[in-house]
Design a protein around this ligand. Structure first.
Ligand SMILES: CC(C)(COP(=O)(O)OP(=O)(O)OC[C@H]1O[C@@H](n2cnc3c(N)ncnc32)[C@H](O)[C@@H]1OP(=O)(O)O)[C@@H](O)C(=O)NCCC(=O)NCCS
Length: 218
């Protein structure tokens, strides 16, 4: 037996029911030509160069079994692993074990650059991080997107460049293809979607320049 409540819910989700206006139903989407704007069956099943797949599989194993469980202080070991996979990470860098790097061979880090706990380096395209730059906890460097003007959503893999002396504060999101100038601070929880000038402090969503970063006095 169905309760009045459950029958009203099932009525509401029946395909074509007027109360589901705006929600795509099995009989066709609410789109001008009756087609969805994206068709995932058209997506390239293997969007990366062929030679990458073995490397990606090996890195997944190495990251899970060696990189992430490694003791916090074994910095040199993690840098060595990343560089074995084609990274260009200076030996003075700090890589915390919980940070996650998608393609080590597309990562460049200058001297003393730091990836803190739980940083996500989603580098479908190259990411370069300048010297003395800190990427704080839970930051997402999201350097990959899709061309949504094409129904097959092809991957777009731009280049992200983060200058030297930059501080990307906790929980910030830095979007695809962004360049951040030297000495800039991206405030906590900022969402950076456009290039950021040097020597500034950015914040908010979308991030805007809040003010100039003052030169250090000490
Ligand atoms: C960016 C930051 C360094 C600025 O510090 P500050 O100069 O002491 O900033 P203040 O607290 O004096 O705030 C100055 C202004 O910036 C704004 N502001 C500060 N943090 C902000 C943020 N995350 N997003 C948006 N605006 C922010 C303040 O509201 C204030 O605005 P107002 O001038 O209109 O009143 C700091 O806010 C921050 O994000 N710290 C990062 C913390 C962190 O990531 N810790 C983990 C790593 S150790």
């Amino acid at each position: 037996m169905t309760s009045p409540l459950s029958s009203s819910i099932s009525d509401a989700v029946k395909p074509g029911n007027a109360s589901t206006a705006g929600v795509p139903t099995p009989s066709g989407p609410n789109a001008p030509n009756g087609q969805y704007f994206q068709q995932l069956d058209l997506c390239a099943p293997s969007p990366y160069p062929r030679s990458w797949y073995v490397r990606k599989a090996l890195w997944a194993v190495v990251q899970t079994l060696l990189f992430r469980p490694s003791p916090r202080r074994l910095m040199g070991f993690r840098i060595w692993l990343v560089n074995r996979f084609g990274g260009r990470v200076d030996r003075t860098c700090v890589l915390r074990p919980s940070c996650k790097i998608t393609h080590p061979w597309l990562l460049t880090m200058g001297p003393y650059a730091t990836l803190a706990e739980n940083v996500t380096v989603y580098n479908l395209g190259p990411i370069s991080i300048g010297p003395h730059t800190v990427i704080s906890q839970n930051v997402h460097l999201c350097n990959g997107t899709h061309d949504y003007r094409d129904r097959s959503l092809p991957l777009v893999c731009p280049t992200m460049t983060i200058g030297g002396g930059v501080w990307v504060c906790a929980d910030a999101f830095v979007g695809p293809g962004v360049t951040i100038g030297d000495n800039t601070i991206v405030a906590a929880r900022a969402v950076v979607t456009k290039d950021a000038p040097s020597n500034s402090i950015l914040g908010g969503n979308p991030a805007r320049v809040l003010r100039e970063r003052p030169a250090p006095t000490k």
